[in-house]
Design a protein around this ligand. Structure first.
Ligand SMILES: NC(=O)c1ccc[n+]([C@@H]2O[C@H](COP(=O)([O-])OP(=O)(O)OC[C@H]3O[C@@H](n4cnc5c(N)ncnc54)[C@H](OP(=O)(O)O)[C@@H]3O)[C@@H](O)[C@H]2O)c1
Length: 342
């Protein structure tokens, strides 16, 4: 392949379990030729998402069984790069900058990705790489959960939504995106360090658990006694249980993450007298049967209209992946950890 090296740098998974010990950097991984319907993308940046960590830990349902059969698989659901070679029957041209969404097959944590053209989406010239590299997992999940809230919660009568892990990259996006739907957000965070940053992004209320002693009372006051119409929870445990208890009549609880690793506790009284609904959200299920191209265009439109702007904490090389993972587990980040691949 002219001007394209025959080998590249990649992170490969040697064993499931510990996300640091189970990984290694490989400097001589072969670059694969694109086959029919495939493109070769020279990667610029890739995102480090909590879901990548769960994949490496072997905690994603179905994923471990698939990936265990592929020795030395490369993690990474999403990233961005430039098409440098195309296989037969491909309509994307060489030189097109694309956002790459590999979903559960993973593999963006490497310098060159060979994949189906259907997993690559051209991005506007003015979209920075750091945006294109995280265009799917969190923005699509925000969009999916917003649709659920608008369809299945009493937001027409009560615009208040509570979210936990509000300082996460997704939480920050949700604060911004929900504005366009006239929703009001109450944002629960663990410590007050990033409180002002969230208010600046457009958060209506930020409640820091290290400052507020009676969250229930405060939320009752804010919502004029109604409670919230919907609760988004990425934590579970005590914090998720608190979010559940903040729901008003016919409220909707959406569990979409498990950062604490603990279950929520449900009191039958809430189910019986308040008519609440508890459900989950998983992007993979949400995408089933939908046009990814259409959804990605919706996200690009929202970004173009400045309805959200993803944030970045730091960018690391693949050689420095241990520091990147350490940073991922450090509290109070300001955004996503990315890998630089070129
Ligand atoms: N279900 C789905 O399809 C789907 C799709 C996308 C994302 N997600 C989930 O959405 C969440 C956010 O994703 P992201 O990419 O935005 O993550 P991120 O930027 O890495 O942020 C992680 C957040 O989790 C919080 N956190 C970590 N451990 C915690 C604990 N023990 N108790 C309370 N909070 C804790 C952190 O709080 P601090 O700010 O205080 O450090 C941080 O705000 C993750 O749980 C992810 O798995 C789910």
């Amino acid at each position: 392949m002219s001007n394209i090296p025959s080998s590249q740098v990649a992170i490969q998974v040697l064993s499931f379990g510990d996300p640091v010990e189970g990984l290694e950097v490989q400097h001589d991984r072969p670059v694969e030729e694109p086959r029919e319907g495939q493109v070769l993308v020279k990667m610029h940046l890739a995102a480090l998402n909590p879901s990548d960590v769960f994949t490496v830990k072997g905690q994603y349902p179905g994923v471990r069984a698939v990936l265990e059969k592929r020795t030395g698989f490369v993690p990474g659901l999403e990233g961005c790069g430039t098409v440098v070679r195309t296989g037969p029957s491909v309509s994307l041209s060489v030189g097109t900058r694309v956002a790459v969404f590999l979903e559960q097959t993973a593999g963006t944590w490497q310098s060159f990705v060979t994949t189906e053209e259907s997993q690559c989406f051209p991005v506007p010239e003015e979209m920075e790489d750091f945006v294109a590299a995280q265009l799917f997992v969190n923005p699509l999940s925000c969009l999916g959960m917003l649709r659920l809230i608008l369809d299945s919660s009493p937001v027409q009568e009560n615009p208040w939504i509570v979210q936990t892990a509000a300082n996460s990259t997704l939480g920050r996006m949700f604060i911004q995106m929900s504005k366009g739907f006239q929703l009001k957000t109450i944002n629960i965070i663990r410590t007050s360090i990033e409180k002002d940053a969230l208010l600046k992004l457009g958060a209506d209320i930020v409640i820091s658990l290290d400052e507020e002693t009676d969250v229930m009372k405060k939320v009752k006051e804010i919502t004029s006694g109604l409670g919230v119409a919907a609760a988004l929870d990425a934590v579970g445990g005590d914090i998720g249980t608190l979010a559940l208890q903040l729901l008003g009549k016919n409220g909707l609880f959406i569990g979409y993450g498990r950062m604490s690793g603990e279950p929520i506790r449900v009191v039958n009284r809430q189910l019986m007298y308040h008519g609440i609904t508890i459900r989950g959200f998983w992007l993979s299920s949400f995408l089933q049967g939908k046009s990814k191209t259409e959804l990605v265009h919706s996200v690009i439109d929202l970004w173009s209209q400045k309805c959200f702007a993803p944030s970045v904490e730091a960018i690391y090389t693949l050689d420095d992946f241990r520091t990147a993972l350490k940073s991922q587990f450090t509290p109070n980040r300001k955004g996503k950890i990315l890998f630089r691949l070129n």
